[in-house]
Design a binder for this molecule. Structure first.
Ligand SMILES: [Zn+2]
Ligand SMILES: [Zn+2]
Length: 148
C-alpha cells in the first residue's frame, strides 16, 4: 500500500481560508472511533497518514492540544477539522480525508479505538479493527524506534 507517487495532494477547509498540500505516506484511510475524535469532528475522524503538510497561510488555523501528546488543527474561521498530529512534530500528520480535493486514491485500511465505538453505528466490510490499547502499544513501539 506504499505510495509510488510522492507528489503533494491539495486540500482545504469548508470556507477556503485554509489551503494545504499534503504528501500521503500511503494511500490508506484510517478511521478513529475514540470519544475525542467523535466530539471534535461531529462524526468519526477519517485520516490519511502524511509525511509532510504545507499550508498557504498558517495563521488561518487554530491548534487545540487535546492530550499531553496529541493536538488538533482546525480552521479558525469555519471550524473544519483538518489535522491530528503529535505535539511539536510536523512530519507525522493525520490529515482528514474529507479535506482532500480528491479522495479517490485512498482505501479504507483500518478502524482504531474500536472499543470506544458506540453501538449506534457500524461500518460495513472487513478490515483490521484495533482497540485503543493495541493502537497505543503500536504507537509507543514506533516512537521508541524513531527516537532510538
Ligand atoms: Zn475554513
Ligand atoms: Zn481518535
Amino acid at each position: 500500500m506504499a505510495r509510488a507517487d510522492t507528489s503533494a495532494m491539495p486540500g482545504g477547509c469548508l470556507c477556503g481560508a485554509v489551503r494545504f498540500a499534503a504528501v500521503p505516506a500511503k494511500n490508506a484511510m484510517d478511521v478513529c472511533h475514540c470519544g475525542m475524535c467523535r466530539r471534535w469532528t461531529g462524526g468519526v475522524l477519517m485520516t490519511v497518514p502524511c509525511a509532510k503538510v504545507t499550508m498557504a497561510d498558517e495563521s488561518a488555523v487554530k491548534v487545540y492540544a487535546s492530550s499531553d501528546w496529541g493536538e488538533r488543527v482546525f480552521c479558525g474561521t469555519c471550524g473544519s477539522s483538518l489535522f491530528w498530529r503529535v505535539r511539536g512534530k510536523s512530519d507525522h500528520v493525520a490529515v482528514s480525508v474529507q479535506s482532500f480535493d480528491d479522495m479517490s486514491p485512498f482505501v479504507f485500511a483500518e478502524e482504531i479505538f474500536i472499543d470506544e465505538k458506540p453501538a449506534l453505528y457500524n461500518f460495513a466490510g472487513e478490515r483490521p479493527r484495533k482497540t485503543g490499547a493495541e493502537v497505543m502499544a503500536e504507537f509507543a513501539a514506533k516512537q521508541a524506534t524513531e527516537h532510538g
